[in-house]
Design a protein. Structure first.
Length: 151
């Protein structure tokens, strides 16, 4: 009973982190399109595009992990989806904060709400590092390889 409750909690928290990560990415994209530097929007600079692309890849990977956790509902897929969510939160926050620059640190911009929420949720039901360590130790102890997600 308890493992299934933890799995549901991990999936729910991972979905919340996915929403916060998507919101942070949208705020950074909007800012990049509107902020003009050297006579053109910063979204046209390659370095900014790379950061936004890396954040988008992380969010899309999280959403794929959440889909797999929903379709193959068990404690392992829920744990791994939560671990991916935690790492995604850090990746997206880091890249979007760089794109937003100084405005991202202020209370005048809504970015801080999503950042705080994602990072606070990352610790619930185990952080990404704790989950990966637990799953790895269990797999070593059981000497088994889990079934991979069907693509």
């Amino acid at each position: 009973m308890w493992p299934s409750a933890v799995a549901l909690g991990r999936r729910a928290v991972a979905h919340q982190i996915a929403g916060a990560s998507r919101a942070m990415l949208e705020l950074a994209c909007t800012h990049a399109k509107e902020r003009v530097q050297f006579g053109r929007p910063i979204a046209r600079f390659q370095a900014v595009r790379h950061r936004l692309a890396d954040a988008l890849v992380a969010v899309e990977a999280l959403e794929a992990a959440l889909t797999a956790a929903r379709e193959q509902a068990n404690s392992d897929t829920a744990a791994l989806a939560k671990a991916v969510a935690g790492r995604t939160a850090h990746t997206v926050a880091r890249h979007c904060q760089q794109v937003l620059a100084g405005i991202g640190f202020t209370m005048d911009h809504p970015f801080h709400r999503f950042l705080k929420r994602a990072l606070a949720l990352e610790g619930l039901f185990g952080s990404a590092d704790e989950i990966v360590l637990d799953v790895g130790r269990r797999l070593l102890a059981e000497r088994c390889v889990p079934t991979l997600i069907e693509l």
